[in-house]
Write a new protein. Structure first.
Length: 127
């Protein structure tokens, strides 16, 4: 087993890796939940001068019919209509179809597992 420096390094790698893994798994669960339970509506993409992210405008499909504005992912064209799913309990939680972010969430899962494995390797290196 390595010395005190290896233990500290392994602890940071392990804790950081575990946090990244949990973040990725949580994000994937949220994507699945919104795909399953979210209400599907059309939204209008609006960009504001000086803003880096577009606003998505949509109307909820419930008894209140609220007009919502939430930030969307960058790269959407101003004035276009897109499909999104929103959480009926909290319409600010949205999932833009074709921009679900699953790649980012999977990256966090892989990064987390890699960091935890690296922590185990650091602990097994003779020092």
């Amino acid at each position: 087993m390595g010395g005190p420096g290896a233990i500290v390094t392994a602890a940071f790698l392990g804790i950081g890796g575990f946090a990244a893994y949990l973040s990725g798994v949580s994000g994937l669960g949220e994507v699945r939940r919104l795909r399953r339970d979210g209400r599907r509506v059309r939204a209008l993409v609006r960009t504001r001068p000086g803003s880096t992210r577009p606003l998505l405008q949509f109307t909820t499909e419930d008894e209140r019919e609220q007009v919502m504005e939430v930030f969307g992912p960058s790269g959407l064209q101003d004035g276009t209509d897109i499909w999104l799913r929103y959480d009926p309990a909290d319409p600010r939680e949205v999932l833009v179809e074709e921009h679900e972010g699953r790649r980012r969430e999977r990256f966090f899962v892989v990064l987390g597992v890699t960091a935890v494995l690296a922590a185990l390797v650091v602990l097994t290196i003779p020092g």
